[in-house]
Design a protein around this ligand. Structure first.
Ligand SMILES: *[C@@H]1O[C@H](CO)[C@@H](O)[C@H](O)[C@H]1NC(C)=O
Ligand SMILES: *[C@@H]1O[C@H](CO)[C@@H](O)[C@H](O)[C@H]1NC(C)=O
Length: 357
């Protein structure tokens, strides 16, 4: 398990080995899908805990920004800060890790799916994946399937975040999220048509101004084409770019992605990443609005009160004692039910004698 995660991390960190914001690791001060996801979750969680505290007339003094840490935030979100334990912190951390690993996996599992990355002007397809994914997250939360919900959320976040790196949204001067992407009731508008040219050649390798001025003036949405195997792309269209994209060598030469600071539109990398963070926060807010408070906290991995952990020896020779341990455990659980400091989570850890050698 650990080896395969490590291998995946190595694979995903190969320079140019992927076609998106770098999934987990990047150099040169670039922002990854992991950073974007974690920053958005921490900020949304902090805002939510601040609102809960205000409703209960309690203080929430933690400043909300990109310097939030998992440990401090878990502590600030606990109803009783003395009950903030290592276990709670690990549960929060592991919920976030599940979200960003499932986000990163989209680059492996769906490397060649245009819709998953908003490549090649696949705006309807990308938006359909997002709205279907959000429904899945909400349905899983309602059924109490929090792990499934986190994994689905990670996938949705990947596609949503890619929009800001792969389209010309920020080149058009937009600094707000494109809310239509998460709103099935709205229509996508101003998409550049299939035969509308959108790019021109870069000037001596400088791609700063390669999107056609009339496309930007008319506010037409476009994104870069990407092909691993051939240089074919529709006439006049922009390319995604990067080491593996063959289309960017063909007229119009050059590309428009903002995946890292070294990309052809790397001068807008940080802008795109900032808007992607805010778009992810908007998505989390939408999910929060559809869930009861307690379930939203479970989804993001926050335990507000103590976690009660039973560790029971289940070795066969212990059967009499197991019966007694069960009885005592149930009576502890019953005594906590409805109590003011009711644990937010119960964990059962069975252990037994290892097999002989
Ligand atoms: C690229 O062109 C833009 C203007 O089109 C200019 O502002 C920028 O300095 C150029 N970048 C480099 C590295 O020459
Ligand atoms: C993202 O949202 C924050 C908080 O609302 C705001 O201060 C910031 O300017 C936004 N970022 C961008 C790029 O608009």
């Amino acid at each position: 398990m650990q080896t395969s995660l490590l291998l995946m991390a190595l694979y995903l960190s190969l320079p140019g080995g992927t076609q998106a914001f770098k999934p987990l690791i990047s150099g040169g001060g670039s922002v990854t899908h992991r950073d974007i996801t974690q920053r958005a979750v921490l900020r949304k969680t902090a805002e939510f805990c601040r609102a809960l505290a205000a409703a209960q007339g309690q203080d929430f003094s933690l400043p909300i920004g990109d310097s939030l840490s998992i440990v401090k935030l878990q502590k600030a979100c606990s109803a009783d800060s003395s009950s903030s334990t290592l276990v709670s912190t690990i549960l929060f951390q592991s919920a976030i890790v599940k979200m960003y690993l499932s986000n990163a996996l989209v680059d492996m599992e769906f490397a060649l799916s245009k819709a998953h990355h908003f490549d090649g002007e696949t705006f309807q397809g990308g938006r359909a994946l997002i709205t279907a994914g959000v429904s899945e997250v909400k349905a899983s939360v309602k059924r109490g399937r929090f792990l499934l919900a986190r994994l689905a959320l990670g996938c949705v976040c990947h596609t949503l975040q890619d929009f800001y790196s792969h389209s010309n949204w920020v080149e058009m001067g937009n600094r707000q999220p494109y809310s239509t992407l998460i709103r099935p009731d709205l229509q996508l508008v101003n998409l550049a048509g299939p035969s509308t040219p959108t790019c021109r050649n870069c000037m001596g390798g400088n791609c700063t101004d390669n999107i056609l001025p009339e496309v930007l003036q008319q506010g037409l949405l476009t994104s870069g084409y990407f092909n691993l195997f051939s240089s074919n792309k529709p006439a006049g269209k922009c390319s995604h770019g990067g080491l593996f994209d063959w289309t960017s060598g063909r007229d119009p030469v050059g590309s428009i992605n903002k995946d890292d600071v070294g990309s052809s539109h790397g001068h807008l990398h940080h802008t795109a990443a900032d808007v992607a963070i805010n778009a992810t926060i908007e998505l989390l807010e939408d999910i929060r609005g559809a869930a009861v408070d307690k379930d939203f906290l479970r989804l993001i991995g926050i335990t507000q009160s103590a976690v009660l952990c039973f560790v029971i020896d289940t070795t066969g020779s212990m059967s009499d004692d197991i019966t007694e341990a069960k009885r005592v455990s149930f009576s502890i659980i019953d005594s906590k039910r409805g109590a003011q400091q009711e644990p937010s989570l119960y964990i059962l850890v069975p252990f037994n004698d290892p097999g002989g050698c």
